[in-house]
Design a protein around this ligand. Structure first.
Ligand SMILES: Nc1nc2c(ncn2[C@@H]2O[C@H](COP(=O)(O)OP(=O)(O)OP(=O)(O)O)[C@@H](O)[C@H]2O)c(=O)[nH]1
Ligand SMILES: [Mg+2]
Length: 634
């Protein structure tokens, strides 16, 4: 069975110009489904109809023309492939003819045609005038030279020609991509008897199959597809370009609303901040930096603060890089088009194209941020991935790239491989697929080396710095990046990892058994000596190791804090020093806060030889202070 081409046609045009009547005349379905619409004779919300012509299956999205319902029109316009611009022969161009057409241009809708409706109400001369006006109006736009067909829904004239032209334009219209990620912006949600919750929308990319688990964004709830319908038929799989009704299991329809998006689990990342190129209509007033505007994308809407990145004001007809800060989460991808409407009074003022869907807050005058966006905007895939890698110096996962770019997994891997060949990127792990720029790994290695050096000089007695502590000290990169940088250094012979400790390679601090014994001997000797210590040279001279070794071991004991150096010649065990402090405090309690050298000798049980250096040591330690010949105990 040859597959039909799926094309979504959206109507556009001023109120009462005959859009819904024309859709009904073409398809046999009255798109005005609401009671209120029927009663008031106007369209309020989106209506849908289907038509099969030749090898094309059309989904019609009929929009309201009333200026108060432009936001509903926008929810439908987001998914259309071609526009059927409707203008009534008896009224010609009116405000929403212009506004709807502006919206189509801003959304980048590539093709369409014009129906001059109500042709039964005017004579040939007027019809000719309207045609001229429309040609003038469309000059220079994507609809310049597009078919323009006079029709009458009332008399059923011109419909065959219009169908022919619809088919011709549809055949030339690019089809939505079924290969890309499944994305369905919801435009309606309701409950049906026997089925339960149903949402509808235009399937803008990918495919969806019955029984599949999908995710509702931005609420991030996973549900099962119980059934699918399109054009009133039950189907097993819906593909991009189809109007699709999705019957969902495990969720109430009141929890779902227009603007939410169906997608595969874990693929998208909702965002409130996006960088974009914003364009202002010629007819709009200048847009000031940080002005608020209504933002419309897909079927979603939000309030945006527009932070201009290239000036304080955006002039009519101009475009500029900008950051949009939204009041709610949306699901957008680069190259998505959006519409901006003035905050108040509400009217369409412009639109734009998303450049970075996961933007960071950056300063307005930050040239790096601007360079980055220009790279994303103009670059090819490799440039883009390289720019992203540079922006994520801690390393990043395939999933992050996917959410930020909308690329498929295969595209990401392929692009990564090219950058690896160019030595610009490193693949750090497969499960999960982790990458970092070659430069980021290099910089991390540099930081590791510096940190290890600093650690050694601050802690000469420790073998090395624990790995986790080191990772924290070098900016907490992703474990995979840290390990890669460490492995590079190990391979290069710069550092060594022993029992979870990282040290400078070739650093030998381990003591020999002999040295260990010497260390013990020194410690014991001083511990036993209390405050009447032997001279350092006497202790070291007795050791079974050579003098320089003995000196080193003494240094180790002092750095460890086991021994306390009081003068070049006198070293005390820390327990002796602690006992001395206690004695001083007891003296203070019992005999007051003044002590002479004589009393000190008495209390400490030492001769003058020790008393003077010890008192000077206590002064330095702020235990005592010298006042004349006496000490005050502090
Ligand atoms: N004489 C004549 N009247 C028409 C024709 N098409 C529509 N009308 C009438 O024009 C009025 C508006 O038609 P709709 O089709 O509801 O117009 P619309 O553009 O859908 O209006 P909104 O959706 O509210 O913007 C209705 O009373 C129709 O009967 C036509 O070809 N000839
Ligand atoms: Mg209508």
């Amino acid at each position: 069975m040859s597959r039909k081409k799926h094309v979504i046609v959206g109507t556009a045009g001023h109120i009462d110009h005959g859009k819904s009547s024309l859709v009904e005349a073409l398809t046999g379905t009255n798109p005005d489904r609401l009671e209120e619409e029927k009663r008031r004779g106007i369209t309020i919300d989106l209506g849908f109809a289907f038509l099969s012509l030749g090898d094309v299956s059309f989904g019609f999205v009929d929009v309201p023309g009333h200026e108060r319902f432009v936001r509903n029109m926008l929810a439908g316009a987001g998914g259309i492939d071609m526009v059927l611009l409707v203008v009534a022969a008896d009224e010609s161009i009116k405000p929403q003819t212009r506004e709807h057409f502006d919206i189509c241009r801003l959304l980048g809708i590539p093709r369409g045609l014009v129906a001059i409706t109500k042709s039964d109400l005017v004579d040939a001369e007027i019809l000719g005038l309207v045609r001229l006006e429309m040609e003038e109006f469309l000059r220079g736009s994507f609809l310049e030279g597009a078919p323009m067909v006079p029709v009458s829904a009332r008399r059923a004239t011109g419909l065959d020609l219009l169908k022919q032209e619809l088919l011709r334009v549809a055949q030339a219209t690019p089809e939505k991509d079924i290969q890309r990620h499944f994305r369905l912006p919801i435009d309606r949600s309701f409950a049906t008897k026997g089925f339960g919750t149903v949402v509808t929308g235009t399937l803008v990319s990918g495919t969806v199959t019955v029984d599949e688990e999908i995710e509702i964004y931005p609420m991030r709830r996973r549900v099962r597809v119980r059934g699918l319908h399109s054009g009133g038929q039950s189907i097993e799989q819906a593909v991009a370009g189809q109007r699709t009704a999705v019957n969902l299991a495990g969720i109430d329809h009141t929890e779902l609303e227009r603007g939410m998006v169906l997608g595969r689990p874990g693929v998208f990342e909702p965002t409130r901040k996006l960088d974009a190129r914003v364009t202002l209509l010629n007819s709009a007033r200048p847009l000031k930096n940080r002005a608020r505007a209504h933002f419309h994308q897909g079927s979603a809407e939000a309030i945006a603060e527009v932070v201009l990145l290239e000036g304080d004001e955006l002039a009519p007809g101009q475009s500029q890089l900008a950051q949009l800060r939204l009041d709610v989460d949306v699901v957008v991808l680069p190259e998505d088009r959006f519409i901006l409407r003035q905050f108040s009074p509400v009217e369409t003022i412009g639109g734009g194209i998303v450049i970075d869907a996961r933007a960071r807050r950056h300063r307005r005058d930050d040239p790096e941020a601007r360079d980055f966006l220009e790279k994303l905007e103009k670059g090819n895939r490799e440039d883009l991935l390289a720019a992203l890698a540079e922006a994520m110096p801690r390393g990043f996962l395939l999933e992050e790239v996917r959410a930020r770019t909308g690329w498929l997994e295969g595209e990401i891997r392929e692009t990564a491989a090219k950058l690896v060949d160019r030595n610009e990127l490193r693949i750090l792990g497969e499960q999960p697929f982790t990458m970092a720029s070659a430069e980021a790994v290099e910089r991390c290695g540099q930081a590791i080396r510096e940190t290890v050096e600093q650690f050694h000089s601050a802690n000469p007695l420790l073998a090395g710095i624990p790995k986790q502590e080191l990772r924290g000290r070098v900016g907490n990169p992703r474990p995979a990046l840290f390990e890669a940088a460490l492995a590079d250094l190990t391979k290069a012979g710069a550092v060594a990892v022993l029992a979870g400790l990282v040290q400078r390679a070739g650093r030998a601090i381990a003591l020999s058994p002999e040295e260990l014994r010497a260390k013990e001997l020194i410690e014991k000797e001083f511990e036993h000596a209390g405050l009447t210590v032997p001279s350092v040279s006497a202790v070291l001279g007795k050791l079974p190791v050579e003098a320089s070794r003995a000196q080193k071991i003494l240094q180790i004991l002092i750095r460890e804090g086991t021994l306390v150096k009081v003068t070049e010649d006198f070293v005390f065990h820390r327990t002796a020093v602690a006992r001395l402090r206690d004695l001083i405090q007891t003296y203070r309690r019992e005999r007051g806060d003044r002590i002479t050298v004589v009393s000190f000798k008495d209390v400490a049980g030492v001769s003058r030889k020790y008393a003077i250096p010890l008192l000077e040591f206590l002064d330095r330690e702020h235990v005592t202070r010298r006042v004349g010949d006496e000490r005050v105990i502090l």
